[in-house]
Design a protein around this ligand. Structure first.
Ligand code: PMP
Length: 407
């Protein structure tokens, strides 16, 4: 096994040492939101203690420092996902805002009756509902490419469905329910050949693997800060410069204009054109620290450790009688969904909580995926690099115990 000093890493995350119901916390709900290292918490704290001012408008030193922290986070994110330019990175509140911005700024002005948007059956609602909202206004439709029982996208079908009526194609990089890693490069190549822009939901990919938007070849890449060690209410959207230049702004207001008058207003250049109003400056001070934290560990080490944990967790789960696993893709990130015969997911999750285990039960904002598997809900254990084999063991022990209680 790879040497990864997980105990040293855990010491950086204050919340991991708390107890719940008098039991040590086992936090296996990382796909929902990750915990935050001390460096991120301190960056936010330091911001409010020492650098709190608004961005861009100030010539005073504190304002310049706040601007440097905010714009510095953009630089770090641009490098983190290998954007061609910092001006291609829009800072926002996360994937939901990113998808809605694409829907209203890119799709709405272009869609007409008979057009369609292609997404997939395994998407989070954030990669479905915004498209339905703009489709409803324009007479366009949303269609979804199918998956197979293993939880892999049926790629030939996705490509077959990329017909000339498709004006926007969408796919998640990693499924938040199944952990499936989708072949974004191949999908991007096919979209490009057909001149269809591709939107990628990177929410569950960015926390686990190095992302290179140029190598992926997509056109939009959305991600959420709170799943990648950062404060809630932070996130970003990368988009090709040409697209951002063509797109009208979604929100109007301060910070996003060049000149305002009643005879006409001109807008700032991207990315600021898409950042109306005062942003989550302290949050982005935290994002900067989060990117530094990932850099300090490196994704080689993170990925190797998480894959070991995933393999171990999957192997241990397979031994549980009556357990049905959802998502057995060849390439996965550390997310495991399952059900146990004869027990409700929510009952299991509630009893697991009493054992100190935090997992999620429910539909995971993926109704169409639940409909595909014909289940109302699953139980989901999602790992991060600060989890341990001992936690997996304790989780399995707890699961066997609560299973017995419900049988
Ligand atoms: N897409 C995926 C795959 C997700 O897992 C999530 C968060 N559960 C989102 C989108 C939405 O992210 P947010 O709510 O942070 O905007």
């Amino acid at each position: 096994p790879t040497v990864f000093d997980v105990q040293r890493v855990r010491a950086d995350f204050p919340l991991l040492s708390r107890t719940v119901h008098d039991k040590p916390l086992i936090y296996f709900d990382n796909a929902n939101t990750s915990q935050k290292p001390l460096s991120v918490i301190e960056a936010v704290d330091q911001h409010y203690r020492l650098r709190n001012a608004n961005v861009s408008r100030s010539v005073h030193l504190v304002g310049e420092e706040a601007t440097a922290a905010y714009e510095g986070a953009r630089d770090k994110l641009a490098r983190f996902i290998n954007a061609t330019s910092r001006n291609e990175v829009i800072l926002n509140s996360g994937t939901t805002q990113a998808m809605n911005m694409i829907a209203y700024s890119y799709a709405l002005p272009r869609l007409k009756e008979g057009d369609s948007i292609l997404t997939t059956v395994m998407e989070h609602h954030a990669n479905i509902v915004p498209w339905q909202l703009v489709a409803g206004r324009t007479g366009a439709t949303v269609k979804a490419a199918p998956i197979d029982e293993r939880g892999e996208l049926i790629l030939e079908k996705y490509f077959e469905m990329l017909t000339p009526d498709v004006k926007l194609a969408c796919v998640t990089h990693v499924s938040n329910v199944l952990g499936t890693v989708n072949p974004v490069r191949e999908i991007a190549r096919e979209c490009r050949r057909r001149g269809i822009p591709l939107v990628v939901d990177g929410s569950q990919a960015v926390p686990h693997r190095p992302v290179d938007v140029q190598a992926l070849g997509c056109d939009f890449y959305a991600f959420t800060g709170h799943k990648m060690l950062s404060p809630t209410g932070t996130g970003g959207l990368w988009a090709r410069k040409e697209l951002l230049e063509e797109m009208p702004p979604f929100f109007g207001g301060g910070e996003m204009i060049r000149e305002v008058s009643f005879s006409g207003t001109t807008f700032a250049a991207p990315p600021h054109k898409f950042e109306a109003g005062t942003p989550n400056i302290a949050g982005f001070a935290g994002v900067g620290a989060a990117v530094d934290y990932y850099d300090s560990l490196g994704f080689d080490a993170i990925h190797a450790w998480e894959q070991q944990l995933l393999a171990y967790l999957t192997e241990r789960l397979r031994d549980i009688p009556g357990l049905r696993l959802f998502g057995e893709a060849k390439e996965k990130e550390p997310v495991v969904s399952f059900l146990i015969e004869g027990a409700q997911a929510t009952d299991l999750a509630t009893l697991l909580d009493l054992q100190g285990v935090a997992v999620r039960s429910g539909h995971h904002c993926a109704h169409p995926l639940m409909q595909f598997y014909k289940v109302p809900a699953t139980l989901r254990a999602s790992l991060a690099f600060y989890n341990t084999r001992e936690e997996v063991d304790a989780f399995i022990t707890a699961l066997l115990k609560v299973r017995k209680l419900l049988m």
